[in-house]
Design a protein around this ligand. Structure first.
Ligand code: BG6
Length: 802
């Protein structure tokens, strides 16, 4: 039936020319030159094409044909021509017209669209050459000037490179015409693979030629975030910040599960599938500094990247993950896995994100998504703080005036009880202004949303609902790059998510039954920078022989190590114990001497400690604490490698230490790094002598390297292991090589020294050092023996239970 139009016969050419002429006429009237755009849809018979892309192309045709452009549509796939043509005809059967279009007009338009659409098998280099010839012949025949070509890759990423190579070598349009290639996710699996894919694509296409789709950016409510913020600047300017926003929720709940897609899903899981892209994009639109021109792609990108830079790194404790119960069974069935196979892929995740900038510091951003949940809904909800007290009784509260009612702004992406995209603004916030393409809406009577009746909101919905892909196709056609993911944007997002993904790789997700039966099982809470399930783990997740030990099954172990006290526990508990001990030492020191001198190490082990001190120690006497560095790398203090940077990022920016009490090591003097003649080590030593009584720190926090080093005192170091010098320049075997370090004699003057040792990597050295005597030349850590102070070892079970 429908296959016929694709036989490119003379009559069809005539039709094409007639269609083009009609369009040309319109164009001439508008005094513009008729230009032709060829759109090649790769994967033309696939699911996405069937569900959204052909319909989107048809909409594009309806919107744009006759406005100075003519079109041809080339469906392509690997399938042989006859069968491909049939499949494509099937995909095109269900095209629909806007509701307000008369049926006869609709039939006409559909017919014309079909005339302009044809199928190509694209398998070999020759096939691409033939396609190119075809397009050129068509242009020549109809006497059209080529505006450009759009290649839409609706194919799996493993096919990208081949297709890209072929397009680049034989399907580029002639001079003066543009090429736009449209790519669908997944764009990699982590930062490394995304980088590889980006480099590969970058060798075939210019950045401006690539349009990476995140279809959430085409959702009307998402696309409205920046214009809304722009149009309501006056009302939002004073509200859009940490003083007024209580929290932001960015949510995408689904009722469907992953059945039929487990080969994809098993490799990706919900964080890669949804949070890394859709929800992160929404987050950046909500959080970014508003550009002056919100439709400038360049400004939007720049502001997005600033958000990425300000995102606080995620820890394992920043997320909870779940998996619906039948998932593993589906994977076993679809991927032919053995009965013993249990997947660890999360199908549900909630993540607590913090943005460390002046606007958002301290405001929780919750990102959450899951399959097999009780409802399908998506939204970004900005909940404002409520600092008002209303004196009149509640029955006198009026929605538009009462400051005591909830105040929120919701970009309702779709589905849910509302059933459509919407923007909701609590009436007690402000009356928003929206473009004329949005209208005030009325929902079903009695509808409650986010704790308030719909009547408590100014509620708007689009005059005409449009599918995301159709919106994006229009943007691609108009070269609007602001709604697409650039390489920089993509890599910034992966840099943010990859460490969390790695840390969760072996974590067993909480199993949930799915749908309404989930009850409160997946409810979560957050505090002190961590997010956790509200209910205790109800049962063991992955069946195994006997119950798996939980951290709470172990007590904090107290013993001796090298004849000094040893505290050992699972890492979280250990950090919490160490933080408590430091606080107690600080409080005692301040009570006795009015100040507390604390020298801190850098590296990765103390990060969790810094975070713990920053978020859970409100009684810490920061105002009377002096912070010193145990060692430093010879890099500028602003360098991410600098120990001071780590301290700044994880501790200093969250607490209130007077700036004159902060003592970074002077590694950068006279615009050079650690030059002997600049005497940085001597300067630091003088500062210590001047401020710290007897140069005796109240507490020195050290680590232990896998080679037995401590501070930046490495085995065989010619300086710092003995002698008079308090601070020395040293050399590290690993980069950056040049270091500044407190010397052992200075460390040993301390009133207390705590050595923190964590992780499996430290097992060997922990075992070895437990046996050796005083041999600082071989193992500098063995030289840590405070003269009159106390030494305490803090080791987690991973490091200690060898
Ligand atoms: C896709 C994910 O990107 O988005 C799917 O791969 C998910 O897993 C889908 O179901 C949700 O999109 P929408 O438009 O239905 O909200």
């Amino acid at each position: 039936m429908l296959a016929e139009p694709f036989n490119w016969q003379p009559s069809m050419w005539k039709m094409l020319i007639v269609v083009m002429c009609v369009a040309l006429l319109g164009c001439l009237q508008a005094q513009e030159l008729q230009e032709h755009v060829s759109i090649i849809l790769l994967g033309a018979t696939g699911d996405l094409a069937k569900k959204y892309l052909w319909q989107g192309l048809f909409q594009l045709y309806l919107d744009e044909a006759g406005r100075g452009h003519s079109f041809s549509f080339h469906g392509a796939a690997l399938t042989a021509p006859k069968q491909g043509q049939e499949l494509m005809a099937k995909a095109l059967e269900s095209l629909s017209c806007p509701k307000d279009m008369a049926p006869s007009h609709c039939a006409e338009e559909k017919d014309q669209f079909l005339q302009l659409s044809r199928y190509h098998q694209l398998k070999t280099a020759e096939d691409y050459q033939a396609l190119n010839k075809d397009i050129e012949a068509q242009l020549q025949h109809a006497g059209l000037r080529e505006a450009g070509r759009i290649f839409y890759f609706s194919v799996p990423p493993f096919a990208y490179a081949d297709i890209a190579r072929n397009i680049n070598s034989s399907c580029r349009p002639g001079p003066g015409a543009w090429l736009r290639v449209v790519l669908e996710k997944p764009f990699g699996h982590d930062h490394f693979s995304a980088q590889q894919l980006a480099t590969e694509l970058g060798s075939f296409f210019q950045e401006e030629e690539m349009y990476r789709v995140d279809h959430y950016l085409g959702k009307q409510a998402v696309a409205q975030i920046l214009p809304f913020r722009d149009q309501n600047r006056k009302a939002l300017d004073s509200l859009w910040n940490r003083h007024h926003v209580e929290r932001v929720e960015i949510i995408m709940k689904e009722t469907v599960d992953a059945e039929g897609r487990t080969s994809f899903y098993e490799e990706y899981g919900v964080i890669r599938d949804v949070l890394q892209n859709h929800l992160t994009e929404v987050l950046t639109l909500v959080a970014m500094e508003l550009p002056l021109n919100v439709s400038s792609a360049e400004a939007v990108l720049r502001h997005k990247l600033q958000v990425f830079q300000a995102l606080r790194g995620l820890q394992r404790g920043s997320a909870v993950v779940g998996q619906y119960q039948s998932y593993s069974e589906q994977v076993r069935r679809e991927l032919q896995k053995p009965d013993s196979f249990h997947s660890l892929t999360p199908t549900f995740a909630a993540v607590l994100v913090h943005i460390d900038n002046l606007r958002w510091e301290g405001v929780p951003f919750i990102l959450m998504s899951g399959k097999a949940l009780d409802e399908r809904v998506g939204y970004a909800r900005i909940l404002f703080k409520n600092q008002a007290c209303c004196v009149q009784s509640e029955k006198h509260w009026a929605a538009a005036q009462s400051q005591c009612l909830p105040r929120q702004l919701i970009f309702h992406i779709g589905h849910g009880d509302l059933g459509s995209p919407a923007v909701l603004v609590s009436r007690n916030l402000f009356r928003p202004s929206l473009p004329s393409s949005w209208k005030e809406m009325e929902g079903p009577p009695g509808l409650h949303l986010f704790g308030s009746p719909l009547s408590d909101y100014y509620a708007y919905s689009p005059v005409q609902e449009r599918d995301a892909h159709s919106v994006l196709l229009s943007h691609i056609f108009h070269g609007r790059k602001d709604s697409f993911i650039t390489t920089e944007n993509l890599l910034a997002s992966w840099s943010f998510w990859t460490p969390l993904l790695e840390s969760l790789a072996h974590k067993a997700p909480r199993l949930y039954p799915g749908g309404a039966e989930n009850g409160r099982l997946l409810d979560f809470e957050f505090s002190s920078g961590r997010l956790f399930f509200s209910q205790q783990q109800p049962e063991q997740l992955v069946p195994g022989p006997g119950p798996a030990p939980m951290p709470s099954d172990f007590q904090v172990l107290r013993a001796k190590y090298r004849e000094s006290p040893l505290v050992s526990a699972w890492s979280e508990e250990l950090i919490s114990k160490l933080a408590n001990d430091i606080e107690a030492t600080a409080v005692r020191a301040v009570r006795r001497f009015g100040q507390f001198h604390l020298a801190l190490s850098g590296g990765s082990s103390p990060v969790a400690l810094f975070q713990q001190l920053a978020t859970a120690h409100y009684g810490f006497p920061w105002a009377h604490t002096h912070l010193w560095l145990v060692d430093e790398r010879c890099v500028p203090l602003s360098d991410p490698e600098s120990n001071f940077q780590g301290l700044q990022a994880h501790l200093l920016q969250h607490v209130r230490v007077p700036y004159y009490n902060i003592h970074p090591m002077p590694v950068h003097l006279q615009q050079r790094l650690c030059a002997e003649e600049d005497q940085g080590a001597q300067i630091y030593a003088r500062e210590i002598s001047a401020l710290v009584a007897n140069s005796s720190f109240d507490l020195v926090l050290l680590g232990m390297g896998a080679d037995g080093h401590t501070a930046s005192l490495f085995p065989q170091s010619p300086t710092g292991l003995d002698g008079e010098q308090l601070v020395v320049l040293t050399t590290s075997p690993s980069q950056p090589h040049r270091r500044m370090s407190l010397s052992l004699p200075l460390i040993n003057r301390a009133k207390k020294v705590a050595v923190l040792v964590m992780g499996r990597m430290k097992r060997e050295i922990t075992a070895l050092v437990s046996r050796v005597g005083y041999e600082p030349k071989k193992w500098p850590i063995s030289g840590v023996l405070p003269h009159s102070g106390q030494l305490v070892w803090y080791m987690d079970y991973d490091a200690f239970l060898a």
